[in-house]
Design a protein around this ligand. Structure first.
Ligand SMILES: C[S@@+](CC[C@H](N)C(=O)[O-])C[C@H]1O[C@@H](n2cnc3c(N)ncnc32)[C@H](O)[C@@H]1O
Length: 313
């Protein structure tokens, strides 16, 4: 089954989800996504019926409310999108309509307006100014997902997650504090180090040191987790690596050809790092032949091939 997408979202892991799933057991009590965004990984897990429950969290509260509506009130949010998208005022210029909805969103924080903005803005890239107001421009070549397609996507996601999913809008540390030993936690925090300036790409960012301390806490409690964190383009690495004492295994996943490199005539691919916690790594060792699947063309490259070679004996 195709992985349905509730809305386009910058940094979505929809494309990488099949590769990441190889490092998650087939049967899990609960998947926790503290940095859910568009919840691509949980949705991919649900397509394969891997977990009994899901916990989706994102500190961007309107986004969390939107996820909750999609899961629990799909008809309501699909109808609201149709009404907003249709732009009943025929004389109204569609760009003007976008800017009006953006103003409505910044005034009310209503998630139905956010859905329209996500569908219509440039590359699904949310952008916030220093006052926390959404300031991304519309994509002038597109009108945004058609309401019928949006409805189908929303209903599919709801069918996969409804009745087994909790959605919250907390800081990730509050989520981690409430995780259990039976959970698998997948973390995809905002990237660091790509642009060097204040990160306007998400509503809030995180501190590297706080994040490392939170991971240390998970290790102490024996909680299994995976993290998409830094990456590299060609030979250039971006993002601060996670420290060795966290005892994580690094797997590199090829995320495809970078459009910037293609423009410059270079054949560079973006590589994203997936860090796997020790208890999860040990568990997967017994149930998964990682090097064989890598050979089978999944696009997976292991940075520490020796440690993975030992998995397969
Ligand atoms: C890289 S995106 C996640 C993308 C997601 N994996 C997907 O497939 O769509 C990171 C997300 O973390 C959220 N975020 C930023 N700071 C946070 C915090 N302190 N606690 C929880 N979520 C946070 C952002 O709002 C953003 O949606």
């Amino acid at each position: 089954m195709k992985i349905p997408q509730p809305f386009q979202y910058q940094g979505s892991k929809r494309g990488l989800a099949p590769a990441i799933l190889q490092y998650i057991p087939l049967h899990v009590r609960r998947i926790v996504e503290p940095f859910a965004g568009s919840a691509a990984l949980s949705i991919a897990c649900a397509v394969e019926n891997r977990a009994e429950e899901y916990w989706l969290n994102d500190h961007n509260k309107p986004l969390a409310l939107l996820l909750n509506l999609i899961v629990n009130q799909p008809e309501t949010i699909a109808d609201a999108y149709r009404k907003i998208w249709r732009n009943e005022d025929d004389d109204c210029d569609t760009l003007e309509h976008y800017y009006r909805i953006r103003e409505d969103f910044n005034r009310t924080n209503d998630p139905k307006f956010l859905l329209y903005l996500l569908a219509r803005c440039v590359k699904g890239s949310v952008r916030y100014n220093s006052e926390g107001l959404f300031n991304q421009s519309p994509d002038k070549r597109r009108l945004g997902t058609r309401p019928a397609t949006m409805r189908d996507n929303i209903i599919s996601v709801s069918m996969l997650l409804r009745g087994k999913t909790v959605v919250t809008g907390q800081d990730y540390r509050d989520v981690l504090a409430n995780c259990r030993e039976t959970d698998i936690v997948y973390m995809d925090p905002p990237y660091q180090g790509v642009c060097g300036e204040r990160d306007a790409r998400y509503f809030s960012g995180i501190s590297h040191d706080d994040f490392v301390a939170a991971l240390d806490g998970l290790n102490e409690r024996g909680i299994r987790y995976l993290i998409s964190y830094d990456g590299r383009l060609g030979t250039q690495t971006y993002g601060e690596p996670l420290p060795d004492y966290l005892d994580l295994t690094l797997v590199e996943l090829e995320a495809g050809r970078s459009s910037q490199a293609t423009l410059l005539g270079r054949a560079e691919t973006t590589v994203e790092s997936l860090y796997i916690s020790r208890p999860l790594f040990e568990e997967m060792k017994h149930i998964h032949h990682a090097s064989q699947t890598a050979d089978a063309g999944t696009g997976i490259k292991q940075k520490h091939p020796r440690s993975f070679a030992s998995i397969c004996g």
